[in-house]
Design a protein around this ligand. Structure first.
Ligand code: HEM
Length: 88
């Protein structure tokens, strides 16, 4: 079942990662601007552990509990990509 408020990569998750996050992590092989990378279950788990613990993002405010939970729920839902041109 798909609700109108479904959280997707395009409508929500990609905006969780800042340009700074991408700049810091891309050289380390953690591709936070890549749906294919982040939606991988092992990569998503590693990201989740870091943001939940507050170890990442270095130098930026820790993710709120809501944001961490939304990321977790998105992964659990199969990491829907969504439509780049969708408005909802
Ligand atoms: C939400 C944003 C971020 C996420 C999800 C994230 C995720 C991760 C992950 C999964 C690792 C482990 C990589 C590995 O073991 O191969 C890591 C390591 C690292 N990240 Fe990030 N990162 C974020 C933001 C940042 C930022 C903004 C910086 C720089 C200011 C940064 C600097 C580092 C450094 C120096 C390491 C290696 C040392 C360590 O593991 O603590 N990261 N990050």
């Amino acid at each position: 079942m798909t609700s109108a408020a479904e959280v997707t990569w395009e409508n929500t998750i990609k905006d969780y990662f800042t340009a700074k996050d991408v700049a810091c992590m891309t050289p380390r092989g953690v591709l936070l601007d890549s749906y294919d990378y982040v939606s991988n279950q092992q990569h998503a788990q590693a990201i989740y552990i870091k943001v939940k613990s507050g170890a990442m993002p270095i130098g930026e405010p820790a993710w709120t509990a809501d944001k961490v939970q939304t990321f977790f729920d998105w992964v659990k839902a199969g990491a829907p990509k969504g439509n780049a041109s969708a408005t909802s």
